[in-house]
Design a binder for this molecule. Structure first.
Ligand SMILES: Cc1cc2nc3c(=O)[nH]c(=O)nc-3n(C[C@H](O)[C@H](O)[C@H](O)COP(=O)(O)OP(=O)(O)OC[C@H]3O[C@@H](n4cnc5c(N)ncnc54)[C@H](O)[C@@H]3O)c2cc1C
Length: 470
């Protein structure tokens, strides 16, 4: 199949669409187009031709029917916090914002489930279920502005994934609209379901290229009420990450094990105007245990502290006050923005088997040194998922364009050689598309293209992401 040709959004299209779904859902206003031209990916700008903000699934169906008939591309968007350009209209066409479909339809306490529309902001859902003593664990650091639809499309993770898993582990059913406007329902309030292919989990993580999610059935658990949080300084990054498998061997099950190298913590401290740090430390782990049994957590944090010191930690700082715990997490959440402020950068979302983290960091160090650039690393060490931020620093833009691409490719090759892969939670989007063959075989890519064609024969859904037609 050759690259599809797309139609432009013209007056006739807008008139037909407004007749179907109402003019109040459709905008060509320059502010709306401008707002949807960017997400949180560095330096990308792709204005759509039209912004559509439906309030109901039927309106999404009508839009997609029309777009399929007229070959107009459609790109779903949630909170536009994505880091791989996923919500950007790289082929123009319609930006389909799910932001107005933001109802929490049901919180079912007896079955530990909730049903939500795609545009619900993740933190709002978390607060709503926590008020009922329940818990929705996936917690991307962007949770104050990202949406459940975007989390599903990216299979978002976050610090708590080490204990609770990623978004896919909590999604048990979907309502979604296929490219031709067909409504597809999968799963439901079921903890087990092997009835046919698992379409729910094919759509989770498909980055808006297979279907538009309008509603989700999400599993919940009991809300943890007690926490023990420690910041642990180490003399080297290697010593810090070597602790990660040792924690699991000791039978401890932390909710989070976050890694941050010294420069990352310093950047976050500068951004928030606080002072935290150890003079000799080159890296830190932020470790949190959670549960409902205070006495048990006391025993576990004591064991964890001993283990850290046995394994070479310089100290173990417990966040004894709730305010201190909030401050440590605020620092961790500010880290992405803080590093971004230091310099233009390229962020790579590497994952390796967690026992190979030290080798991965060493490879990053070797590659960046060879090309005369600096990288700052931090991330979800408990999952082997480290964000490598390669900084432009003093390099002129032309040289940076070449060097950054080469450095990223070499880092990915080294990561894949360690049994890892090129993105753990940020997705491929348009940013990592060219690097996909480093991680996926030809057979895998060919099958994925066939799946895409089966879902979306005209390739109108979020074109230009993941891969192009052969
Ligand atoms: C400061 C910061 C911290 C972050 N921390 C984390 C983190 O800890 N963990 C993590 O995993 N990510 C993190 N991210 C990345 C980002 O927040 C996640 O990828 C998030 O899931 C995107 O959600 P969104 O609603 O903003 O989606 P958008 O950015 O709007 O869209 C992302 C993708 O989802 C698709 N999409 C959106 N809604 C739908 C829908 N209803 N149906 C089908 N497709 C849809 C879009 O087409 C696009 O491909 C972070 C980002 C920032 C800026």
């Amino acid at each position: 199949m050759s690259a599809p040709r797309y139609a432009r959004v013209d007056d006739a299209f807008v008139t037909a669409l407004e007749a179907e779904i109402g003019a109040e859902c459709v905008s060509r206003a320059p502010e709306a187009l401008e707002r949807h031209a960017r997400d949180e990916s560095d330096g990308l700008y792709f204005p759509p031709e039209l912004v559509v903000q439906p309030r109901a699934t039927e309106q999404v169906q009508a839009l997609l029917r029309l777009c399929s008939e007229r070959r107009v591309p459609v790109t779903p968007a949630g909170g536009r916090t994505g880091l791989s350009g996923g919500a950007l209209c790289v082929h123009g066409g319609v930006a389909l914002s799910l932001a107005r479909m933001d109802r929490i339809v049901e919180i079912d306490e007896r079955n530990f489930f909730c049903v939500v529309e795609a545009g619900v902001v993740t933190e709002r859902l978390q607060e709503a279920v926590e008020a009922r003593g329940l818990f929705y664990p996936p917690d991307p650091a962007s949770r104050g502005s990202c949406t459940i639809g975007g989390n599903i499309a990216e299979n978002a993770g976050g610090p708590r994934a080490v204990k609770y898993g990623v978004t896919a582990d909590w999604v048990r059913g979907l309502a979604c609209v296929l490219a031709d406007g067909t409504l597809l329902r999968t799963g439901g309030k079921l903890r087990k379901d092997v009835t046919g292919y698992d379409l729910t989990h094919l759509i989770v993580g498909s980055e808006g290229t297979l279907a538009v999610v309008t509603r989700a059935w999400l599993r919940l658990t009991t809300r943890p009420t007690a926490f023990r949080t420690a910041l642990v300084p180490f003399a080297s990054a290697e010593a810090a990450v070597a602790l990660v498998p040792a924690i699991a061997h000791a039978g401890l099950d932390p909710a989070a094990i976050e890694f941050m190298e010294r420069a990352a913590l310093e950047a976050a401290c500068a951004q928030l105007g606080v002072r935290v740090g150890h003079d000799e430390a080159q890296a830190y782990l932020l470790i949190e245990l959670d549960g409902t049994d205070e006495a048990r957590l006391d025993r576990e944090i004591e064991r964890l502290g001993e283990l850290c010191l046995e394994r070479g930690a310089l100290d173990v700082w417990l966040a004894l006050e709730p305010g201190r715990r909030r401050e440590l997490w605020a620092l961790r959440r500010a880290m992405g923005e803080a590093v971004k402020r230091l310099s233009a950068y390229r962020e790579e979302d590497t994952v390796v088997p967690r026992a190979r983290l030290a080798e991965a960091l060493a490879a990053v160090g070797r590659i960046t040194a060879r090309h005369g650039v600096r990288a700052i690393t931090y991330g979800h060490a408990g999952d082997g998922n480290i964000h490598v931020n390669v900084l432009q620093g003093e390099l002129d833009p032309e040289r940076w364009a070449t060097v950054s691409r080469t450095v990223s490719r070499e880092i990915f090759e080294a990561i894949v050689a360690l049994g890892g892969t090129i993105t753990g939670e940020h997705g491929v989007g348009c940013v990592q598309k060219d690097n996909l063959p480093i991680a996926l075989s030809r057979a895998s890519l060919a099958l994925q293209r066939r799946l895409k064609t089966a879902f979306d024969p005209g390739w109108i859904l979020n074109p230009g992401k993941l891969f192009d037609p052969e």
